[in-house]
Write a protein that binds this ligand. Structure first.
Ligand code: NOS
Ligand code: ZN
Length: 380
């Protein structure tokens, strides 16, 4: 892309935190602050939390999610959803989410949640969406006041085991340009192919709306193929198992199958979530994670958190793991970030302005820092 002779050393965690980052795949109910869960549970009389001390609760989520199985990973969401049933709780959780992302250096995020999971105390679907939107706007204001500018759009998720996808798609369409930028389906993948919800996807296509589909995480190529060729997904949530359609020979030569070639040729964005994949068993280690190969082959790869609480992660940590594992430079991190911004569901002119006026200048400033450091003075 650029600077083949860049002297810029690999960025450290503190520089990565300051780098502008874009996040396309983050679940609202997977990113609560442990202390907030404890407080909300006490206020609401929810007495089934496995731990009531915030640090112990934080550790419980990470360990419970570390099971090697997506189904077991998803069981932990019962506790976060349980305390996200009132308007006040949703506003608070959404505002804190935005503040936490902004403090981590995220400048644009699409945060998803399933409105149908927040109806237990009597809220309507519309009230859920409006509460979360209010929280997102409040979070943007508070973050800006702290000097961290961020824009956040909501993605409405339908649960793939349920039967409300069309209703949620209609909801996403009604709140389009009112804080909601797209639609998604999530939940256990095996046994629940995306084609079960074809009516929802066809509706959104007729409305010229955008959607992503969790596919190729716990299940392989047939799920990705259906998401793209039957449902027409704009992006793939995870999509990491596209690796099953890529053969690397002993001499290093690479052969793409028809589906992998289609994904690369059509620039289909992959919302990769490395740490989450280690927990659910989709990859054995960061070094073994397909992101290394997918980046080298020029797929439209993006880096994401999935669930900051369950995966004990942040955008800074995801990037830090990748820098340590693959020796990525600021150029690589900028490449992932520009990929993500290009793949966002907001209008083209706004994406372009974010890339040219926020992301590139931010990385350029970081790249130049070495010039003013001691190591530059010593080596000259
Ligand atoms: O990685 C994932 N794969 C599939 N489903 C997920 C993942 N992370 C979270 N959810 C599911 O999405 C719901 C709405 O946010 C969560 O409640 C959880 O059940
Ligand atoms: Zn997810």
């Amino acid at each position: 892309m650029q600077t083949a002779f860049s002297q810029s050393p690999p960025p450290d965690e503190e520089q990565i935190r300051r780098a502008p980052k874009v996040l396309l795949h983050d679940h609202l109910d997977g990113g609560l602050r442990p202390a907030t869960i404890v407080e909300l549970a006490a206020e609401q009389g929810y007495d089934r939390l496995p731990e009531t001390e915030p640090d112990r609760l934080r550790a419980w989520f990470r360990e419970a999610a570390d099971s090697g199985s997506l189904v077991r990973y998803l069981e932990t969401f019962a506790h976060t959803c349980a305390v996200m049933q009132t308007r006040e709780a949703l506003v608070r959780v959404a505002a804190e989410c935005v503040q936490d992302l902004a403090a981590d250096g995220v400048v644009y995020a699409e945060v998803r949640y399933a409105p149908e999971q927040h109806l237990e105390a009597g809220l309507t679907l519309e009230e859920v969406v409006e509460a979360v939107n209010e929280g997102f706007r409040e979070g943007e204001r508070l973050a800006a006041a702290e000097g961290n500018r961020i824009r956040v759009g909501a993605l409405l998720t339908a649960m793939r085991h349920a039967a409300r996808a069309l209703e949620i798609a209609e909801l996403a369409n009604r709140y389009r340009d009112l804080g909601v930028v797209g639609f998604d389906i999530a939940g256990a993948e095996a046994g629940f192919p995306p084609t079960r919800h074809l009516d929802a996807f066809e509706f959104l296509k007729r409305e010229n709306n955008h959607f992503t589909i969790h596919a190729g995480e716990a299940f392989g190529l047939p799920s990705i193929w259906q998401a793209l060729q039957w449902c027409g997904a704009d992006r793939l949530g995870h999509g990491v198992r596209i690796i099953d359609d890529i053969q690397v020979a002993e001499d290093g030569s690479v052969k793409l199958g028809r589906l992998a070639a289609y994904v690369r040729d059509k620039r289909i964005p992959l919302e990769l979530c490395p740490t989450s994949n280690l927990q659910t068993g989709a990859a054995a280690s960061y070094a073994d994670h397909p992101i290394g190969l997918l980046r080298r082959l020029g797929f439209r790869a993006t880096v994401n958190t999935d669930n900051r609480l369950m995966s004990a992660t942040s955008m800074t940590l995801e990037f830090t793991h990748l820098v340590r594992t693959f020796r990525y430079t600021l150029d690589d991190l900028q490449w992932f970030t520009v990929n993500a911004m290009k793949s966002a569901f907001i209008p083209f002119d706004e994406r372009l302005a974010m890339i040219n006026d926020v992301i590139k200048p931010g990385y350029a400033a970081l790249r130049s820092e070495w010039l003013f450091s001691n190591s530059a003075a010593l080596s000259s």
